[in-house]
Design a protein around this ligand. Structure first.
Ligand code: FAD
Length: 472
């Protein structure tokens, strides 16, 4: 019977990172995936979506180039070529990820728990001191009349399209639905978003949702809010998505229906009960150390719910491996500073609290908003839509949140995440020389505005006035 220090179930973002970290620390690691390595992020998520968004952005730039005197006559999109490009990126990233399994025993198949220390794979029994579950999530399938018969796409099939549908209904106005909607509209499809809630990107600050919605609408996307997808059917060669909005039934005809209504954890078939692992429909239950109800079994990534991002799964992998292999130096997860980005154009990036959340937690909250159009680089590149919104709390103006809509906002967010993680102050950012003219100068400008409007500037003004008056 083979024996491992750590068995990892699921070879996606979280599992691969955990395998590499655990192996680097000297553990004997087994990594099992049910089909192939890379997970959602590589095969059906971040990598293909960002590649498609890149192509769509080039198409959009080409369309807009006439205003710069650049003529691109007869612009057309060859979807087969686009799909080849997307697949090429996946292949190249997969190649780079091979380093994660060096020194790791990798096996494929359906693995099940026999007990908290024994696992069965393809009829073979393994024992493992620790097991890490990182099986990710899959799209939620809404139970809607006629949907199975009519057919639909999800993130697992939409990136394989070899022909561009002329029209698409996207059900779901969260991060995935919104990113896909803009990419497909720019490539040339007519896109409608059906969103059950009152706005798209409902987790974001309302001004962020509104700014992104305005851009999408200006590019031709129809956004139908407060509308629940209730029925699918056919009309001629078109699919029909029916949504209930109030007491009205609205019909939307399209070539394809794409579902992006949320995620559900991959927990089926693992026989979690045999190991005493508790779970519910949101996923596997873990404590602050990422331990499940069976203390030698930990879980990370989408399968535990919460923040469904690759960078969070990767962060958790580091914490979980440390907690499993070095229990005396156990560490709690810390979600105080979790950045994320919706990769629309312009991007919508966020770290920390919204103004609304901050008001609930702090007595004194100050919001500083700075327009993207005042960043010189943004003017130079005609990327002027958006804003930076800083959420400051307490007498000392602690930075507790940053929200940005703007070109390359996702890249810029790193500075704010670093500042928040290390409790840096507005003065620390202000006193750091930023390269001019970069988009990042905008952060320094926003922080300067915050300083000018704040108590520190008022007291400095008082001091300077006193010094000047003493000088006569
Ligand atoms: C369209 C889309 C775009 C996204 N874009 C971004 C983005 O830009 N940035 C970002 O941070 N996040 C993004 N995400 C989210 C990101 O993909 C996930 O948060 C991330 O992949 C989670 O990592 P994970 O390790 O938990 O799961 P995964 O990476 O999905 O890995 C899970 C692995 O477990 C395997 N598995 C499942 N069940 C079993 C089983 N029973 N036995 C063995 N193996 C099993 C699967 O085959 C898979 O390989 C996006 C998601 C989608 C859908």
């Amino acid at each position: 019977m083979a024996k491992y220090d750590m068995a990892i179930i699921g070879g996606g973002s979280g599992g691969l990172t955990a395998a590499r970290v655990a192996t680097a620390l000297g553990a004997n690691v087994l990594l099992v995936d049910k089909e192939r390595l890379g997970g959602d992020c590589l095969n059906y998520g971040c990598v293909p979506s960002k590649s498609l968004i890149h192509v769509a952005r080039i198409v959009q730039k080409a369309r807009e180039s006439a205003s710069l005197g650049i003529m691109t006559a007869n612009l057309s999109v060859n979807m087969t070529k686009v799909s080849e490009y997307v697949q090429g990126v996946i292949d190249r990233v997969a190649e780079g990820e091979k380093v994660y399994t060096e020194g790791v025993t990798v096996k494929f198949g359906q693995i099940t728990f026999k007990s908290a220390t024994e696992l069965v794979l393809n009829g073979e029994i393994f024992t493992s001191r620790n097991t890490l579950i990182a099986t990710g999530s899959r799209p939620v399938m809404p139970r809607v009349e006629g949907l199975e018969e009519v057919g639909y796409l999800t993130n697992e099939s939409v990136f394989d399209l070899m022909n561009l549908p002329s029209s698409i209904v996207i059900v779901g106005g969260g991060l995935v639905g919104v990113e896909l909607s803009q990419a497909f509209e720019r490539l040339g499809a007519k896109v409608t978003i059906i969103q059950e809630q009152e706005r798209i990107l409902p987790r974001e600050d309302p001004e962020v949702s509104e700014a992104v919605a305005r851009v999408l609408i200006s590019e031709g996307i129809d956004i139908v809010t407060n509308a629940r997808f209730v029925k699918a059917g056919r009309s001629g060669n078109k699919k029909v998505a029916t949504a209930r909005q109030g007491d009205q039934l609205l019909n939307f005809e399209a070539d394809e229906i794409v579902l992006a209504v949320g995620r559900q954890p991959n927990i089926e078939g693992l026989n979690l009960e045999a190991a005493g692992i508790k779970y519910d429909k949101k996923g596997i239950k873990v404590d602050d150390y990422l331990q499940t109800s069976a203390s030698n079994i930990l879980a990370i990534g989408d399968v535990i719910g919460g923040y469904l991002f690759t960078h969070v799964a990767v962060y958790q992998a580091g914490v979980a491996v440390r907690n499993a292999l070095v229990p005396l130096a156990r560490k709690k997860v810390d979600y105080r500073v979790v950045p994320w980005c919706t990769f629309t154009d312009p991007e919508a990036a966020r770290v920390g609290l919204t103004p609304e959340d901050a008001e609930k937690q702090y007595k004194q909250v100050r919001i500083v908003k700075f327009p993207w159009a005042e960043i010189d680089r943004a003017q130079a590149e005609n990327e002027t839509i958006g804003f930076i919104k800083l959420v400051l709390a307490g007498k000392k103006d602690e930075i507790v949140g940053a929200h940005m809509v703007g070109a390359r906002a996702g890249e810029m967010l790193g500075e704010m995440a670093l500042a928040m993680q290390h409790n840096l102050t507005l003065n620390d950012i202000l006193g750091t020389i930023h390269v001019y003219p970069t988009m990042n100068t905008g952060i320094q400008q926003a922080v300067f505005e915050a300083y000018l409007e704040g108590a520190a500037a008022a007291s400095n003004r008082k001091i300077v006035r006193t010094v000047l008056s003493l000088r006569g």
